[in-house]
Write a protein that binds this ligand. Structure first.
Ligand code: DC
Length: 211
């Protein structure tokens, strides 16, 4: 049986990852955070002290394994920046398509979140969401997260980096972050985790009933 695929796209710190994880727990379906795919490529480049040029990045993308996504240090500010650069290289994106699609072929259901899941990776997904929030709310969430991890950053630095990343993610030529026409918009600026999760679960349950 073809798995019921849930595609969740949205910018950094929109809450999509938390929603996706809760959804995965609720339905007991596997979940792939595709940001980790780009982060792991970035981390492998940094670890090996390789230049972030397309050739090196493609080689690391080809060698990527699912275990690489579980390594430490994928969420540091340095790796966030490098991942955004790596993700803007068209050949890297091309190389990583199958890795992500393979995940969407397994099990009864599959949840993938990222920037281009509904548009490029799984255009035939059974249900698509676009999760977002204002830049101020998202920067504040990321700031609180980094503070709790003991990272010495200011709110302004986090805000500026987020604006820069948003711009790079949404203006790159290849698979930019855009809301696909069929995607259900979820603005989490004024919603807590429980409210956002319940909203998405209800939509998926409706979608499951229709299939
Ligand atoms: O969601 P995240 O912050 O972990 O993503 C890390 C970087 O990877 C981010 O700059 C956007 C990019 N990305 C992407 O281009 N496409 C995806 N499907 C997921 C992430």
């Amino acid at each position: 049986m073809k798995p019921f695929v849930v595609a969740i796209d949205g910018p950094a710190a929109s809450g999509k990852g938390t929603i996706a994880r809760n959804l995965a727990r609720h339905f007991d379906w596997p979940y792939l955070d595709t940001g980790l795919v780009y982060r792991a490529v970035a981390r492998n480049l940094v670890k090996k002290q390789l230049d972030q040029n397309p050739r090196n990045a493609v080689r690391e993308a080809k060698d990527l394994s699912i275990e690489d996504l579980q390594q430490e240090g994928l969420r540091t500010p340095e790796i966030s920046q490098t991942a955004s650069v790596v993700a803007s290289i068209p050949e890297v994106r091309e190389t990583l398509i199958e890795f992500q699609r393979n995940f969407a072929r397994k099990g009864e259901g599959a949840i993938l979140d990222g920037r281009d899941i509904g548009t490029v990776i799984c255009p035939d997904a059974d249900i698509k969401f676009f999760v977002t929030a204002s830049q101020e709310v998202r920067a504040n969430r990321r700031y609180q997260e980094l503070m709790s991890q003991g990272e010495g950053v200011t709110y302004q630095e986090v805000f500026d980096t987020l604006v820069e990343r948003d711009l790079r993610d949404s203006t790159r030529k290849n698979a930019p972050l855009v809301q696909s026409e069929e995607a259900i918009l979820i603005d989490t600026s004024n919603l807590n985790v429980k409210q956002s999760t319940e909203l998405v679960i209800a939509k998926v349950e409706l979608g499951l009933r229709d299939t």
